[in-house]
Design a protein around this ligand. Structure first.
Ligand SMILES: C=CC1=C(C)c2cc3[nH]c(cc4nc(cc5[nH]c(cc1n2)c(C)c5CCC(=O)O)C(CCC(=O)O)=C4C)c(C)c3C=C
Ligand SMILES: [Fe+2]
Ligand SMILES: [Fe+2]
Length: 323
């Protein structure tokens, strides 16, 4: 029988925390029509002008603050997840990982898996909430790679798991564990999701509703309020709100002096969680009069995460494993 493969998909990250590498990464990322939905004739001059002239140096400085010895946190955490999942599923299933932008590329990893004999592949975008700018574009890139193959593997895709009891349980257990390790009891738990232009919601992207559903289910499981906000605004259009940075600045005035922020839409810690929330978010909250701030780590390759991915993968593979 054909070998079975699982390809974990994540967003992508620069090769190094320097302006040239960040420029290459941003050019590829922000040229994706699923991400910036402005006609290319208008958008490309803006991207290649003001954005790529100024943002790479600024972002490279931020990447330097969080860079690990082994590389970018997003890549390190995603690779570790793949290695641990491989150990859990055993030698009959081959687990690999790829990035939508940058390396390792989806095209390279998919053709490598096929060359290694994988005739059945589960494509697993590591985004709990479906978004065209993340899930759809990662799968588009897989289909584009498959389009160039004469002998294609059979394909399955992992559905969004925003309301899956296994995801909510993983988040709940990870949150309870991390809260118990803090030296304070937070007045409020904030769930900060990556933002999106508000227009994408009216156009039918289910992302916003799925973020709210995940937070509500987590709140029910924890038995306490989980307040939602959206981070990482980009560009001039109106984005989903409320904005995390604004909320963190106003919470102390409203009497919330101790806060814990979790980032459940990110499967792995990355620039957006480690720099924007854990560093800048903390500074802003404390400067606005807050006393205590904690960022709770993403699921990464924690025991809770590995239980979750094993459960999701086995559910998808069950028909294939039996035949
Ligand atoms: C988890 C879901 C994500 C959504 C939805 C998303 C939408 C989105 N992002 C940008 C612009 C940028 N995002 C950047 C970094 C970044 N974004 C996500 C995830 C989502 N993005 C991750 C995991 C990361 C971190 C990558 C890393 O290397 O650690 C950046 C780059 C950093 C910077 O310069 O600020 C940009 C730019 C848009 C425009 C968008 C939807 C329209
Ligand atoms: Fe982003
Ligand atoms: Fe950011």
């Amino acid at each position: 029988m054909d070998k079975i493969g699982i390809l974990l998909l994540n967003l992508g990250t620069p090769d190094a925390p320097d302006a040239a590498s960040v420029r290459r990464y941003l050019k590829e990322f922000l040229s994706d029509r699923r991400v910036v939905e402005i006609p290319q004739l208008i958008w490309q001059p803006i991207l290649r002008g003001p954005i790529l002239l100024t943002r790479p140096a600024k972002s490279a400085k931020a990447y330097k603050e969080v860079w690990l010895e082994e590389g970018s946190p997003l890549a390190v955490n995603t690779r570790e997840t793949a290695v641990k999942l491989q150990a859990l599923v055993g030698p009959d299933v081959s687990v690999d990982w790829a990035m939508r932008y940058g390396k390792p590329s989806i095209a390279d990893r998919l053709s490598e898996m096929v060359a290694a004999g994988c005739g059945r592949i589960l494509l697993a975008p590591l985004y709990p909430q479906y978004c065209a700018a993340t899930t759809a574009t990662a799968l588009d890139a897989c289909y584009a790679a498959l389009a160039g193959m004469r002998a294609q593997p059979a394909i399955r895709t992992l559905p969004p798991y925003f309301a899956d009891p296994a995801y909510i349980e993983a988040l709940c257990t990870s949150t309870v564990r991390q809260l118990a390790e803090l030296d304070f009891t937070p007045d409020l738990l904030v769930a900060s999701f990556h933002g999106m232009p508000e227009r994408t919601r009216t156009l039918g992207d289910p992302y916003y509703d799925q973020c709210l559903a995940s937070a509500r289910l987590l709140g029910n499981a924890l038995g306490r309020e989980v307040r939602v906000s959206f981070q990482s605004r980009f560009g001039r259009a109106k984005w989903l709100g409320p904005a995390t940075d604004e909320s963190l600045r106003t919470l102390p005035v409203k009497g919330v002096k101790k806060v814990a922020v979790l980032t459940p839409g990110f499967s792995a810690d990355c620039l957006e969680t480690l720099e924007e929330i854990a560093m800048r978010g903390r500074e802003e909250f404390l400067a606005a009069g807050g006393n205590k701030f904690a960022h709770l780590s993403c699921l990464n390759a924690s025991p809770e995460a590995m239980n979750l991915y094993r459960a999701l993968a086995i559910r998808e593979l069950v028909g294939w494993l039996e035949t």
